[in-house]
Structure formats: C-alpha cells, structure tokens
Write a protein that binds this ligand. Structure first.
Ligand code: FES
Length: 104
C-alpha cells in the first residue's frame, strides 16, 4: 500500500506504507521532519498532520484523547489529526496527508 505525503515545500511524496503501522511511524521511517516526541502515546501533538478532506471523512474518527491533545497543536485546521493515531489498514491505501507546521 501507499500513502502520499506533502512536505513543507508543497512537494508530494508517494511512500510505501505498511499495514498496522501508524502514519507517524512511516513519516519517521522516511525521515520527514516531524518530532513525534512522545513516540506515539498521544501525549505531545508534535506529529500533527492535515489529512486530505475526502480522506478525513473516511478515516476512523478521533477519540477524545486525540481531540484534547490536538487542541494543543499549532495551526489547527478542521482536517487536523495526530499521525500517530492513524493506524494504517488496507482501506487507507492512497491516503494523503500534509505535514503541519511544527514550531520549535
Ligand atoms: S507522537 Fe506524540 S501525539 Fe503523536
């Protein structure tokens, strides 16, 4: 399966992805500049991404924990998600996300 990631320069990258991994893990694997400080524990909001609008509706919804954590994210949008909370399955083949700003 593949996911598509748009970087800070607006360039889209097709990435080979693995079912059962989180989007955050894939981003880390490919050395995208996301901090993901808490390592996927839904405790830091530094793995923030914007999901393509059509895809956003198709993903399993956020739980309360993710919603609360996202409130701490910089430059929140309606399609914001924490990439560590999106666990890939085959229905997400072709998923598109864009890196969100990650202030120091
Ligand atoms: S890695 Fe910390 S909330 Fe996702």
């Amino acid at each position: 399966m593949r996911i598509y990631v748009t970087d800070y320069e607006g360039q889209e990258h097709p990435l080979d992805a693995v079912e059962g991994w989180s989007v955050m893990q894939i981003l880390k694997e490919y050395d995208f500049p996301i901090k993901a400080e808490c390592g996927g524990a839904c405790a830091c909001a530094t793995c923030h991404v914007y999901v393509d609008e059509d895809w956003f509706k198709r993903l399993p919804p956020k739980n309360e924990e993710e919603d609360e954590r996202l409130d701490e994210a910089f430059d929140l949008k309606d399609t914001s998600r924490l990439s560590c909370q999106i666990i890939l399955d085959e229905s997400m083949d072709g998923l598109k996300v864009t890196l969100a700003p990650n202030p120091e």
